[in-house]
Design a protein around this ligand. Sequence first.
Ligand SMILES: Cc1cc2nc3c(=O)[nH]c(=O)nc-3n(C[C@H](O)[C@H](O)[C@H](O)COP(=O)(O)O)c2cc1C
Length: 135
Amino acid sequence: MWPDDKPLFFRISATDWLEDGGWTPDDTVRFAGELHTHGVDLLDVSTGGNASGVRIPTGPGYQVPFAARVKAETRMPVAAVGLITEAEQAAKIVANGEADAVLLGRELLRNPSWARHAARQLGGAVRVPEQYHRS
Ligand SMILES: Cc1cc2nc3c(=O)[nH]c(=O)nc-3n(C[C@H](O)[C@H](O)[C@H](O)COP(=O)(O)O)c2cc1C
């Protein structure tokens, strides 16, 4: 049993990108509502990469509209993922009300200090480990 005092995130592929059939954004919205009633605290909205022959229009923030739709049509808090690489870009997604949070993958592999740099760029207070104070 998952403890009530810990957040429960659920990852979903919002679409298979198939023109005909497969899992669709409509399915995602419906399922998100059900997950919310079952105690999921945040839906991490990605998209599928398993169907062959589909065209995936990748670009900065290309999956954000799927998160935004779930947020607009359900009461489920959502996180946006996918080619979110810039601090301003991430801040805007949340400020615009497209998502409640952003999650990063590959950019954090490229730059593990991304969150500290982003916080500084956006004027946030940055707490660093004691050891960093000498450098
Ligand atoms: C090659 C590749 C395949 C992926 N396949 C899936 C998938 O099948 N389902 C899914 O939900 N997300 C999939 N993703 C998305 C990632 O799991 C993750 O959401 C994304 O890499 C995070 O965005 P970022 O790395 O651009 O920050 C895939 C990503 C990549 C790079």
